[in-house]
Write a protein that binds this ligand. Structure first.
Ligand code: ADP
Length: 298
């Protein structure tokens, strides 16, 4: 069992943007989802944990490694897949992985073959191992990114917005690969897609404006909203009116241009509302809405 601990981590960029605001959290082995809208600070947090940038304040520990002061020790046990992975040389996936494994210090040829074969198997790339990575589809490149980060048997794996831009079939395959590796490491998946977290993660937190809003198991966070989400179908012209009268958290168009709205509240907000089953999207929107309302009022 590994544990990552962050204590009061803050970062303000030179332009005055407060990207991380006193973030404290404990993350254990398993799949952890960091959910937040664009600009929430997810990449800043991922890069900071990966030792690629320094926070202004705070401490980060992986078990007994003091990450901010022992960068090389962390890098030996880290697998990091950044948002974009750069340009690939004209080499087959297998040859490129052998090359990376050598760079990562796997000197023995037999050991290298073992770990490269394992990485190709887990990521479902074995049958296309002789193809150039440069010619891979977006989804295959993302899986190759996972293959390369597995080469040093990392304890901590960080993947930053990996499913953005993947088509549904590729996204599904990619999530399955993460599921496969998520059991014996800490895997942190940053995403703005609620379904990524719903399908995969055993633990999660929501980040907005650099602040952590909710750290819970997804199932528990949904349970918390039982009996508090109310739905109604309205005409699109009524939306503004409903927005001002109720604590509206989301609205979705139907084909006939009517809208299904969802409202958060302890009691039934009005005659026409019916109680609906909460889901993880409701958790996400309830927390974002509460945070934005607080920001406006403070
Ligand atoms: P996310 O990954 O959730 O989209 P980021 O960590 O990329 O969020 O960005 C958080 C905030 O910090 C945004 O407002 C972004 O514009 C700003 N930001 C990110 N990187 C820099 C930088 N190098 N210099 C200045 N501002 C930055």
């Amino acid at each position: 069992m590994n544990t990552l601990r962050l204590l009061n981590v803050s970062k303000t960029y030179k332009n005055g943007v407060k990207a991380l605001d006193n973030v404290s959290i404990e993350i254990n082995s398993g799949m952890f989802g960091l959910l937040g809208p664009n600009g929430a600070g997810k990449s800043t947090l991922m890069r900071t944990i990966a030792t690629l940038q320094q926070p202004d304040r705070g401490e980060i520990h992986l078990d007994d490694i003091d990450i901010l002061n022992q960068k090389m020790d962390l890098r030996k046990v880290l697998g990091y897949l950044p948002q974009s992975f750069g340009v690939y040389p004209k080499l087959s996936a297998e040859n490129l992985l052998h090359y990376f494994a050598e760079l990562k210090g796997v000197a023995n040829k037999a050991d290298r073959k073992k770990i490269v074969d394992y990485a190709l198997e887990v990521t479902n790339l074995y049958s296309v191992k002789n193809k150039y990575v440069a010619g891979y589809s977006g989804g295959m490149k993302q899986r190759f990114g996972i293959a390369q980060l597995l080469l040093n048997s990392p304890k901590l794996i960080i993947v930053d917005e990996p499913t953005a831009g993947l088509d549904p079939a590729e996204r599904h395959r990619f999530l399955n690969v993460l599921r496969e590796i998520g059991t014996n490491h800490i895997v942190i998946l940053s995403t703005h897609i609620v379904d990524d977290v719903k399908e995969l993660c055993t633990d999660m937190a929501i980040l907005n404006g650099g602040k952590l809003l909710c750290h819970k198991k997804p199932a528990d966070a949904v349970l918390d909203l039982n009996g508090k989400i109310w739905g109604q179908t309205i005409d699109r012209e009524e939306l503004e009116n409903f927005e001002t009268r109720f604590n509206l958290i989301s609205s979705n168009y139907n084909q006939d241009n009517s809208l299904n709205i969802r409202v958060y509240g302890d009691v039934k907000p009005g005659e026409e509302f019916v109680q609906v089953q909460p889901d993880l999207s409701d958790v996400y929107f309830v927390h974002l809405k509460a945070d934005e309302t607080e920001a406006v009022n403070s």
